[in-house]
Structure formats: C-alpha cells, structure tokens
Design a protein around this ligand. Structure first.
Ligand code: ADP
Length: 529
C-alpha cells in the first residue's frame, strides 16, 4: 500500500476513534501509561487528553482496588489471554464513581513484541440503574405477589372455615368442594367431584326457579337465594347460597364459586312458625265459621219466628173465623127443612178443624224432627195393601169434579220399613197433589220395586212449580209464588224430606210451571230400626 494511502487510512481511524463519544477508547503503553485518549474517554472520565496522557491508568481505580493490585492484574490477564473483560466501579476525575464495563486487549506488533494495551470502557451507570430498578421492581412485585398469595390463602382458609364452598366449571361440573360441603351433604370428595349439583337436588324447587338461577349466573351476574338440598342419606338441608361467576377476558363465565351457609335450623323454626300460623289461621277460620253458622242459625230462627207469626195469624185466623161464622149460622138454621144448610156449615167447621189439626200436626212433627226424637220403627207390610189403604183414606179429599187417583204397582211388594213415616210422606204428597191441581185433573201413584229398592212417584197435572221456586222447595216455610192463594204452611215438604232421610232414602221432583209436578221417592225395601 502506498505510504500516503496508509497514512490517510490511519488518520481516518484516529478521527473515528477520537470522535466516538459513548465509549472511552484509550491506548496504554506496556506499563499502563495513557498514550491516547478520545472524546468518549473525556466525557466518561472527565479528564482532557492533556491532563491524562502520560498518567498511569490506575487513576481510574478505587483506592481499595489499587491497594489490591487490581490494575496490574488486569493488564497481566489481558497479556495472558489477549483479551480481558471486567465490570466494576471506576473513578472519574472529580472522584465520583461509576459502574463500568472494561475490555482490555493486548497490542502486539508483527515481531510479536507487546506495544501496549487497548482499553475500551463503557459507562454502565444507566444500565446498572435500570437493572437495579428492574430488580427492585421485581422484588417489590414478588413481595406483593407473595403478600397477595398469602392473603388469598388466608381468605380461602377463612372461607373454608366459615362456609360451605364448591367450585364448578361452566358446565356445572363440580371441580372443588371443601370439608364443610362434604360434611353437610354426607358425600365424600371423590363422590362429588365430576358430578353436577343434581346429586344434591331435593326436587323441592320449581324448574322455573332453577332456570332463573342458571340464567342469572350464565349472564355473569351473582345469584343469591335459599336452596333446599338433599344429602346422601336422604335427609334435607337448607343453605343460604351465593353463586359468583368468574369471567374470562370475553366476559364469559369459566367457573362458578358457590358459597353457602347452613340455615336448616332457621328454616325449621320458620316452617314451625308458618305451621303454627296456619294452624292459628285455621282455628280462627273455624271459629269464625262456627260463629257465622251460629249467627245464621239465629237469623234463621228469627226469620222462622216471624214467618210463624205471620203464618199463625193467617192460617189460624181463616179457619177460626170460618168456624165462628158457620157456628153462628148453624144456630140460626134450627128448622128441619134447613137441615141441608146446617150440614153444609157443619162440614165447613169439620174441614176447618181438620186444617188446624194438620197445621198443628206439622208443627209437632217438625219439633220432634228438630229434637231428633223421631225413631224409625221398621215393620213388615205389603206395599200394595198399604197404598190401597192410603189412597182410600185420601179419596174423601179429592175434589168432586173428575179428580181420579190412579194406582199402579210393580214388583215384589213385601217391605220392611217404617210404615207410619211412609204413610205421613205419602199423605203429604197426595194432599199437595190434590190441593195444587184443578178439579178436572187426574193424579197417578206409581210404585216399582226393583231389587232392594223402591221407587214411588206421585204425579199430578196441577199448577206446577215455577223454576225460580224449585231450588227452595224443601226449605222450612217456603211457598212458591203461584201457591200463595192456596192454603198451606210451607212445612210439609221440609218434613217429607227429613222423613225420607230417616228412611235412608231421598226425594226429588220434576215440574213445569202450569204443567204439573212429579215427586219421586227412592228408598230401600228393607231398613233395620
Ligand atoms: P204447603 O203447606 O204450602 O203446601 P209444602 O211444604 O207441602 O207446603 O209445599 C211447599 C210449596 O211447594 C207449596 O207452597 C207449593 O208452592 C209447592 N208445592 C208442593 N207440592 C206441589 C204440587 N204438587 N204442585 C205444585 N206446587 C207444589
């Protein structure tokens, strides 16, 4: 290489080295004296080239290192290995220290002679500072982590101590249970893990309730409520429950933490209270019902009294005044040719007395029935004979013009019943049929004995019973609107119904206003008294 070119190249290197600012590039002679000093060295160490050139490089070392012979050792190492790298504290011109990375290289010429050392120094203060900051930060973080881990552990332990804890995955499969969970459910950990909560389902809660629970937690919301669960041995327990969903970055639950506390005792007390309350309410209801019934009875009694008063004033007065007036006339008709007229009035008196007797009989029967003093006395008799007797008896009451009583009997007619009661019933129905039918209409009595049962019907072609009156027909003192002009007390049918009950039978009727009525009696052929 021409000398000029070589010179220019060396010059370029020198300028390059001198202008490097971030590294101190220093050349030392074989004894360690500074012979070359660049801008970086001036910047890092504080000496100008004039101040340092010729000085021994040990000025950059601390007193302690100098005393220990560290600078010489570094040069020896570099000579031995060709290159030696070290990190440590170095001293600036102003005495301040900085952390430096130093690389020594031994410089050997072509003949193998040591001509000096290259020394490259980097100020690591900032890096060191950053490193120590990072280190501090890491330590701090580690400490905090440690602390929060301890805290979490403490919380977990406190929770495990105090509560019944279970964790499930997002599908509801149990992945963790604590001791308390096992204790209350009476299942072992092994039996519970991998199962879902159906294992402790009591079946007490509605499907809608459970659905609402799942919808809440699946939407990432906390669910709180009281649940009734079933333990392994079939016993039930109540738990106050809070289910907390744990959410992933997509805000979707990836697991659920259920924290429960045992409220079985409280629930039992509540249930007991509830039961006691219900009992009390029922008692109050019962008592109220009894009182209302008593009031109703009293009301009914009052109504009955007033009905009786109006009935007595009307039904007694009419026959009594008939008797009085007829008696006065009988007194008048003393002549033998007036015998017919006399007889007519005597008949009137007789019929009025009979009416009064009937009314009194009804009252007596009712009184007896109300006091439960009517005894059933069953006797054997023939239904056909019985009906013929009764219809003969009633024959005299038939209205003169064409009222005919038809009798029809079917089946085995031997009965074992209370003849007296049946007679009263039948007389009542027949006298009604006569009373509520116009003169030209007919009456049918039909008896049918089928197996153990007797069916007896009394049909007339009379005034009938209006629809609105039909539901009340068997009530005491009740009289239909179309019957008010015909004599009566409204007691007969009530008595008949109660008589039928005594005979273990029942009474019903079919009727159309203006078209006639059929009363139907059903009773057993045999009754034991
Ligand atoms: P009453 O003394 O009024 O006849 P009942 O108790 O025997 O009393 O009958 C009650 C009511 O039933 C009568 O007032 C009448 O309105 C109606 N009733 C009973 N039998 C008949 C019948 N055969 N035809 C039409 N209405 C009847």
């Amino acid at each position: 290489m021409p000398e000029k070119l070589l010179h220019r190249k060396q010059e370029s290197y020198r300028i390059l080295i001198e202008s490097v600012k971030d590294y101190a590039i220093i050349i030392l002679d074989p004894q360690g004296h500074v012979i070359s000093w660049n801008q970086g060295a001036e910047q890092i160490k504080g000496y100008t080239a004039d101040e340092i050139i010729g000085k021994h490089f040990s000025v950059f070392y601390t007193d302690k290192e100098k005393a220990e012979g560290e600078p010489e050792r570094n040069l020896r190492e570099a000579l031995k290995l060709g290159r030696f790298e070290d990190e440590g504290l170095r001293v600036r011109k102003d005495g301040s220290q900085f952390w430096a990375n130093v690389v020594f290289s031994s410089l050997i010429d072509e003949e193998g002679q040591l001509i000096g050392f290259g020394k490259l120094t980097r100020d690591l203060t900032n890096r060191k500072k950053a490193e120590s900051e990072i280190e501090q930060l890491t330590t701090h973080l580690e400490e905090r982590l440690q602390k929060s881990e301890t805290e979490v552990f403490d919380y977990k332990q406190a929770l495990d101590e105090a509560a019944i804890v279970a964790i499930t995955n997002q599908k509801g499969i149990i992945t963790h249970v604590n001791e308390n969970f096992c204790r209350i459910s009476k299942y072992s950990k092994e039996e519970l893990l991998g199962q879902d909560h159906r294992i402790i389902n009591s079946g007490y809660h509605s499907k809608a309730f459970i659905r609402e629970l799942w919808v809440t937690i699946a939407n990432g919301k906390i669910w709180r409520g009281e649940l009734k669960n079933k333990a392994k041995d079939g016993s039930y327990y109540w738990v106050d429950t809070t289910i907390v969903p744990f959410l992933n970055e997509q805000r979707k639950p990836y697991q659920y933490l259920a924290i429960r506390s045992d409220i079985t005792k409280r629930k039992a007390v509540e249930e007991e209270l509830h039961r006691a309350n219900e009992e009390l309410e029922n008692k109050v209801k019962e008592r109220t019902y009894e009182l209302t019934q008593a009031l109703e009875r009293e009301k009914e009694l009052n109504e009955m009294k007033s009905r009786f008063v109006s009935l007595a004033s009307h039904e007694f007065r009419t026959p009594l005044s008939t008797i009085l007036s007829s008696m006065a006339l009988v007194e008048h008709y003393t002549e033998p040719e007036q015998a017919a007229k006399r007889m007519k009035h005597i008949d009137r008196i007789k019929s009025s007395v009979k009416n009064l007797t009937n009314i009194l009989d009804d009252f007596l029967s009712l009184e007896k029935l109300e006091h439960g003093s009517v005894d059933v006395r069953s006797t054997e008799f023939d239904l056909k004979e019985f009906l013929t007797d009764v219809t003969d008896e009633i024959d005299g009451l038939l209205k003169r013009k064409c009222q005919i009583l038809h009798l029809h009997i079917e089946g085995d007619t031997s009965l074992c019943q209370d003849k007296k009661i049946l007679r009263n019933v039948l007389l009542n129905l027949l006298s009604n049929a006569i009373k509520y039918s116009p003169e030209e209409k007919q009456i049918w009595v039909r008896a049918e004995v089928k197996g153990k049962e007797v069916l007896l019907t009394v049909r007339d072609e009379g005034i009938g019973i209006p629809a609105e009156a039909q539901p009340h027909l068997f009530s005491k003192f009740y009289r239909a609107g179309n019957a008010v002009n015909i004599q009566g007390t409204g007691l007969g049918l009530h008595i008949v119904k109660r008589y039928m009950e005594l005979m273990n039978g029942n009474i019903s009727f079919e009727s159309k206003d203006g078209k006639g009525t059929t009363f139907i009696l059903q009773f057993p052929k045999t009754i034991t008294s």
